[in-house]
Write a protein that binds this ligand. Structure first.
Ligand code: DSN
Length: 419
């Protein structure tokens, strides 16, 4: 055992045992929460390194503390790699996670009361896109647009243009947390240009798929700002990246520090640099393509079993099941049933959900983590069969116990990186 782990096991066994317990949980179950992944062993090493000891307020070459020989090295590498991976003019790698990342963008360009057009939460938008319960939702005026689930999840851009002309947003924002389709970024750009708004895409879920070249990159369609978390399909540590065109660089950097945050988490920035280095390899392109193939295979198996998917399928790494219409159970019950067989998903509101968020009508699933373990289309078909069978027969205790045993035996063949 590595000396640091030995010390932890001896001196704080409660925490050590909880970490070991989490390792076992991650090994024994199938992780289908679409925003989760297994990071690289090299990222675990960088993230657990001595950079956690260091204050580095400021930016490379312009810090407020001494001793920055190596912090500058890693932050510069992280920035350069982000620019290369996402083909952008400027990158800020200091946002502590997804929420401060998006807050820093709003606070850079908006005054209280200014309007942002964002996707409705129940149609796939995110809490940080101005949900009324969020601080940002109280400070700024978020106006929501919806999708048409019955039309394959398409967005009605004529309607979006009408809303934009009426509400005069400063930012036109696209991005999602539970939308299983890709976007027509060129249409968002047209709407933004018509009203002189900044274009912002929060690609947190699909950052890795854009990095791997298998989904569209908003910068290719003239977008101004792109944000992404680094721990989802990108497989990095938990953090946020803000990327933009050069003309917005100063405002973004000032908004992150000193506007919103103090000292950056240099150990995390070391991990971001490592993950971005991996994203530049040919293997990562293969991984990203497999994530999409796996999502298609899982969706097709579910559809074959009569499961109702929101928008009828998927174009990305995720899908949303209407569990009420498919199985007569709400999303909370479905999540719990699948937990019992070792398949981890999360309850999810569906478009204009009549049910409350803690008992919504669906669950959300995705393939980045399972793909990281080396699972492919055949494995997705098996997982889809287990999901359909467990949810259809959820009162059959013996069947659920059998599926759990099968899932555990199956998982033992797919090692989790870093454990
Ligand atoms: N909580 C993340 C997700 O699950 O999509 C987004 O913040």
């Amino acid at each position: 055992m590595d000396a640091n782990w030995k010390l932890l096991s001896q001196n704080d066994p409660e925490i050590y045992q909880a970490i070991k317990g989490e390792e076992e949980r991650e090994k024994k179950g199938i992780e289908l929460i679409p925003s989760e992944n297994y990071t690289y062993p090299e990222v675990l090493a960088a993230n657990g390194s001595v950079f956690t000891n260091k204050y580095a307020e400021g930016y490379p070459g312009k810090r407020y503390y001494g001793g920055q020989d190596y912090t500058d090295v890693i932050e510069r590498i992280a920035i350069e790699r982000a620019k290369k991976v996402f083909r952008c003019e400027h990158a800020n790698v200091q946002a502590l996670s997804g929420s401060p990342m998006n807050q820093a963008v709003y606070l850079a360009f908006l005054k209280p009361g200014d309007t942002v057009l964002g996707m409705d939460l129940s149609h796939g938008g995110h809490l940080t896109h101005g949900a009324p319960v969020s601080h940002m939702g109280k400070i700024f005026n978020f106006v929501r647009y919806k999708t048409r689930p019955e039309a394959g999840g398409a967005i009605d851009f004529d309607e979006l243009m009408r809303i934009a002309k009426e509400t005069k947003p400063k930012i036109v924002l696209c991005g999602y947390t539970s939308y299983p389709r890709d976007y027509n970024y060129e249409d968002f750009k047209k709407v933004a240009d018509a009203v002189g708004a900044i274009t912002m895409a929060d690609v947190s879920h699909i950052g890795g798929l854009i990095a791997g070249g298998v989904m569209r990159n908003p910068f290719d369609y003239g977008f101004d700002i792109v944000t992404t978390t680094t721990h989802k399909s990108l497989r990095g540590p938990r953090a946020g990246l803000i990327m933009c065109r050069a003309e917005f660089a100063k405002e973004i950097d000032k908004s992150v520090f000193p506007g919103l945050q103090g000292g950056p988490h240099m150990h995390t920035i070391a991990g971001i640099a490592v993950a971005l280095g991996k994203a530049l390899t040919p293997e990562f392109k293969i991984y990203a393509a497999q994530v999409l193939k796996n999502a298609k295979a899982l969706a097709e198996t579910l559809l074959k079993n009569g499961v109702q998917l929101i928008t009828g399928g998927t174009d990305n790494h995720m899908m949303v099941i209407n569990t009420v219409s498919s199985f007569g159970v709400d999303g909370k019950e479905a999540e719990q049933i699948l937990d019992r067989v070792g398949i981890t998903t999360n309850k999810q509101i569906i478009p204009d959900d009549p049910n409350p968020p803690l008992r919504p009508s669906g669950i959300r699933l995705g393939t980045p983590a399972a793909t990281t373990r080396g699972m492919k289309e055949a494995e997705m078909e098996q997982i889809g069969e287990w999901i359909a069978s467990a949810l259809k027969n959820h009162q059959n205790e013996a069947l659920l116990a059998q599926i759990k045993r099968d899932v555990e035996a199956f998982c033992s063949k797919y090692p989790v990186p870093g454990i």
